[in-house]
Design a protein around this ligand. Sequence first.
Ligand code: KG4
Ligand code: ZN
Length: 335
Amino acid sequence: MIVLGIESSCDDTAAGIVEDGMERASIVASQDDVHGPYGGVVPELAARNHVVHVVPVVRRALDAAGIRLEDIDGVAATVGPGLIGCLLVGLSTAKAIAHARNLPFVGVNHIEGHLLSIELDEALERPFLGLVVSGGHSALYWAGEDGTYGLLGSTRDDAAGEAYDKAAKLLGLGYPGGREIEKLAQDGDPTAFSFPRPRVRGAELDLSFSGLKTALRLTVERNPDARPADVAASFQRAVIDTLVRATRRAVAETGARTVVVTGGVSANQALRAAMERATEEEGATLRVPALRRCTDNGVMIAYAGWRRLARGESDPLSLNARAQWALGPRMVVGG
Ligand code: KG4
Ligand code: ZN
């Protein structure tokens, strides 16, 4: 079964093709140049650019797979969560193709796409604990054996990637900021400045990054001669410590043996190394997707869609985009 997947929830227009659970093609049209000057995604510009890119990206994916539209057996698209004007572009395109070719259609949750992207390369055993850290999301999920999900905790304000992007803007670095900060931090001293490790009282699995952004601004103002590399390294250490602490606690409370870390920020090597150490100490195994699968892509959507289509499931073409779409109900564990 060959499935086409379209992703347009944020600033990347992407299409992927999966055949029987295996990747056949992956095309991503980045809008980094469009949003770079603003230091963050401008929703209206993103939506307009998706309109420009979506059909060429689907064409390129078909070409890369060496197939034609006639060879597709089903169509998947990201339904949410994401920017509504952006989601509508990919979703409408997928529905139009499904309608014109009389193909089954499924709507995919973007977060599930991220969580399952590892399975494109290797088997992933359930249950697992999943940390999704990207520009739009920072949350901990429990993935049950029966395929359902529970939300263990999420950010109360900024996402981790958003914190990176805002920090990069403040330090005068390029966009997206995660990679830039990581590069700069490589020859910095992470102990040079002390940043807060924010926690949410009474909800230890929830996260908060907005205080960190303020602390960074004050540090830069008060230390005009500080080495940017030291500031970046200290900031990055605080983000990583915060993510590791919450994940460690979630492992202890759930007894998870497998921990998945995914989303754009999971491309960060320092985060990977710290998570590797922490999960090992907790007696769990860390699983991270291949680097190119960390950031948004269409194959992860095609894959999550293929799983449902292969089971004979589909969604009606009346399915609408959803800016907010929880992957599962809030779940309380431990004490
Ligand atoms: O998953 P993604 O492509 O889009 C969303 O669903 O949001 O994630 C993009 C985010 C951006 O905020 C970017 O700065 C961050 O991931 N990112 C990184 C790294 N590479 C990308 N953050 C830290 N270190 C990196 N190496
Ligand atoms: Zn994403």
